[in-house]
Design a protein around this ligand. Structure first.
Ligand SMILES: Cc1cc2nc3c(=O)[nH]c(=O)nc-3n(C[C@H](O)[C@H](O)[C@H](O)COP(=O)(O)OP(=O)(O)OC[C@H]3O[C@@H](n4cnc5c(N)ncnc54)[C@H](O)[C@@H]3O)c2cc1C
Length: 479
């Protein structure tokens, strides 16, 4: 570690490789494959301390990465200065303005815990361990997205420490409104977000859970996915069904929710059956197999949104060694479905899954230019495909290599069929070579993003991400 770092930042807890607690701290990542040996883990507790840390890192030209929920690829990057926001997890709910403000290091679980007490929820993702800011600034989709849009569509204000160390408060109406627009999908390109305010929506009990559709053959799994694809965008926005293709398993599981607060009985101790949701009743109520499966095991019921629905996938998305990527497709064509089912059923590396997330309803209402997130054009049947490869480490790294190759192959197949890169830094922050990718991720928003980058980070200090270069800087030329 740079020995002057502790002197320059005397009030901030800093862990270097020789300090007790350094190893324990860097190992606390969901994905064990991303754990390296950063030069220092810097743990500010206030926005002012973040500002001091950014000023020091910038003056020393240190390689800075931001760690929030630590689900990203580079949160413990080799040799980097990790700005660990894990001590800035405060959550406040303002019922009057129906907003929630989280600290830069808060996780979804932190937010849900406080939101439950107030009967509200924000649009977030489906795993309580994920960072709110890390998820939301790359779009952020979850059970409430068809009803209320992406997390990024719900930004109300952000406190941002920019590359100069300045503390800026961005709202839709002030002189930093461009910055708020940019962080709503532009990731960590513009600064460290130390507080994020989002719209809150009334939310308590929902109806939902998991359905395991048994589909032993490739043909049956294909039928289930195609039927789901055609059904989902036509349903009420309060209904969300996420479809999963686990590698090598004869099933197509689905995470299901009806979040309409008027349809689902809200009184304490109330009972509810599938019939409370006409859409779910139609999909899962008749026959034994839903969507063309031979049989469907339905684990559905009335659930408290924050404590029962939100954590339901945690056990299935366990810590371990993972390689992940994602791609947005404007429409999931039959050819794409065939390729995805074949990848999960026939030619898979052993462990992992492909998750299909329908970005329809309110997500499709928003215009592409409304926030920085572009997401393959926000079409009426857009699907976000998350490809997760998982393996048990072996001595020569062969399991990792074959799993990574599978993830990348599936992604490239989807891109060749018309898919676009997503903003998520799941697969590595790719700070070195971004030519072509940036245009795909942000499409028509890219030029405006580059101008805003030039204003707030002209020297491209925040570059450990899907890097948007300032207007004057050139991207590498691709042959
Ligand atoms: C198990 C799992 C489940 C997931 N589920 C969903 C889901 O349901 N919906 C969804 O949309 N996505 C989901 N994702 C993807 C997830 O949104 C991204 O991986 C996200 O970037 C993770 O954020 P993090 O804070 O947890 O990770 P980190 O590694 O801590 O951060 C990720 C990125 O965000 C940036 N960042 C973090 N905090 C800040 C901050 N305060 N200021 C500026 N930049 C910051 C970092 O620089 C980094 O580039 C999931 C990922 C995993 C691994």
């Amino acid at each position: 570690m740079d020995s002057t770092l502790k002197t320059a930042l005397p009030k901030i807890n800093i862990l270097g490789p020789d300090d007790a607690g350094y190893d324990e701290e860097r190992m606390r990542c969901w994905n064990k494959d991303v754990i390296h040996r950063p030069a220092a883990i810097v743990q500010p507790t206030t926005t002012e301390e973040v500002s001091q840390a950014v000023k020091v890192a910038s003056s020393k030209k240190l390689d800075l990465v931001i760690a929030c929920g630590r689900h990203g690829h580079d949160c413990m990057k080799e040799g980097a200065m990790v700005l660990d926001l894990g001590k800035m997890t405060e959550v406040t709910v303002d019922k009057k303005s129906m907003t929630v403000t989280v600290g830069g290091g808060a996780r979804l679980g932190d937010m849900d815990k406080v939101c439950q007490q107030h009967g509200v929820a924000c649009v977030t993702g489906t795993n309580p361990d994920t960072g709110v800011v890390g998820l939301s600034t790359h779009g952020g989709a979850g059970y409430l997205s068809r009803q209320y849009g992406l997390a990024a569509d719900n930004f109300v204000a952000a406190e941002v420490v920019t590359a100069s160390g300045a503390i800026v408060h961005a709202t839709p109406a002030n002189e930093h409104k461009d910055l708020l627009w940019a962080v709503a999908g532009g990731g960590s390109n513009f600064g460290v977000i130390t507080a994020l305010t989002m719209k809150a929506h009334p939310m308590d009990h929902v109806y939902g859970g998991l359905v395991i559709n048994v589909a032993p053959t490739v043909a049956m799994a294909t039928r289930v996915v195609r039927t789901w694809r055609d059904w989902m965008p036509t349903q009420p926005r309060t209904v969300s069904v996420m479809c999963v293709l686990p590698c090598g398993a004869p099933v197509v599981p689905m995470a299901v929710v009806e979040s309409d607060q008027a349809l689902v009985p809200q009184a304490a101790g109330a009972k509810a059956s599938l019939s409370c949701s006409p859409a779910l009743q139609q999909a899962f109520g008749s026959g034994c197999g839903a969507f063309g499966a031979c049989v469907s095991v339905k684990m559905l019921g009335r659930k408290q949104y924050h404590t029962e629905l939100q954590p339901q996938l945690e056990a299935m998305q366990a810590e371990g060694h993972h390689y992940m990527s994602s791609v947005n497709v404007p429409h999931l064509t039959d050819t794409m479905v065939d390729a995805l089912v074949a990848a999960a059923r026939v030619d898979h590396p052993g462990g992992g899954e492909i998750i299909l997330f329908s970005l329809t309803g309110a997500v499709a209402d928003a215009k592409v230019e409304s926030v920085a997130y572009a997401g393959a054009g926000r079409g009426k049947s857009t699907v976000w495909i998350v490809i997760i490869g998982s393996w048990k480490p072996d001595a020569d790294g062969a399991n990792r290599a074959k799993t990574k190759a599978w993830v990348q192959r599936v992604k490239e197949e989807m891109k060749a069929l018309g898919g676009a890169e997503s903003a998520h830094p799941l697969e590595g922050n790719m700070d070195a070579d971004q030519g072509g990718l940036v245009q795909q991720v942000w499409s028509s928003n890219e030029l405006r993003l580059r101008e805003i980058k030039a204003k707030y980070d002209p020297d491209n200090f925040f570059k450990c991400n899907r890097n948007i270069k300032p207007t004057a800087a050139a991207y590498p030329v691709h042959s």
